[in-house]
Design a protein around this ligand. Sequence first.
Ligand SMILES: [Zn+2]
Length: 393
Amino acid sequence: MPHLTTLDELKQHVTLLASVEESDAPFISCYLNLEDEPDSWRKTLDDRARILRRLLNGNDLADFEEALGKIETWLATDLLSEAKGAALFVRGTFGGAFMLPMQFAAPLPNWFAVYPTPNIYHLVELKDNYHRYVVLLAMPERACILEVNLGAATIRAWVNEPDLRARVGQEWSRPHYQVNQAHRGDRFMQGKIAVLEQLMRSGGHTHLILAGDAGITGRVRNTLPKYLADKLVEIIPAVETDQQADVVMATLASFIAHEEQESRTVAERLIEGLRSQNLAVAGSAATLDALRWGEVDTLVMANDYQPDPGWTCTVCQSIGTETPETSVCPHCGHESVRPLDIREALLRLAGQSECPVEVVEKSDALMSLGGVGCLLRTRLPAQIDTQTATASG
Ligand SMILES: [Zn+2]
């Protein structure tokens, strides 16, 4: 059954894709934006197919046609109307058959890559920006707890039992409820907050948004235990006549802004770690070494990080961040060096070890440090010996 990909599934898929070994055959990463104009993604697909049919030949071309056929079949049969973004990772039979489709309520760019391994940047960015959170939507006549997972909202609990609705509506909607009713109202409120806390704890949720009637959300805010108050992102006003989808969109905009702020905080921690404690590194080469060394807490990457290609040796698997001048490997001497997408190489290493990645928007400070870096779990040795790091990692 086709369904929207959840955050937990996306995490597993990123780890899986980061671990796909390259073969001689092309691997296709196809991202499609399904927001408004169906023609825009169709054009991306057709344009890329036309160009690649001219560039590829033999088994590569056969593999490409097979992969493209799988993509077209999936788009025709499995795509859900509510999907705003799709990502398909495909390789044909000659290179080792692979097919992993995903669809999301969140948008993705139109982007089509043919490369030896899956290109996962846009998945990592989506995961970081949209993530998931809980919304308590509280109106005078109804209240529910929603989970918004990669942009898709699902109702997890209705918190008004039918027999309580009338009484609760009365209490919640009365602006200055009387003192003798306050106790009962608060007890009711606490019961609902207990449901919320249980849902958030059991689901491992880290972000909460309150939405709805200003009076009620204000009272909920004042009653939140510390565990939930620490996770509160924002309070969004909404009225009874607002469509639930519109309220969810408003919470999403608020969450994305909050996530950007969190990203900037991580970038500041990186800069602080560089300055004082040797607990961070920055720049492509140092980040690559640190990821291979293995003591990385978080990989921090600017969204406009666009490094020059590096190199990798297909015989001994050495990699380097400097742009290759010859095809001869400096380590093993074979003529087996090919260009390497450094951004993808870093994301692969992070993905293989399930290391968190923070994508930072518009950070001049991070860009001036090379656009990428990482926070370390332990203090960096005076100088990383890449050979030792490779051997022990
Ligand atoms: Zn080599």
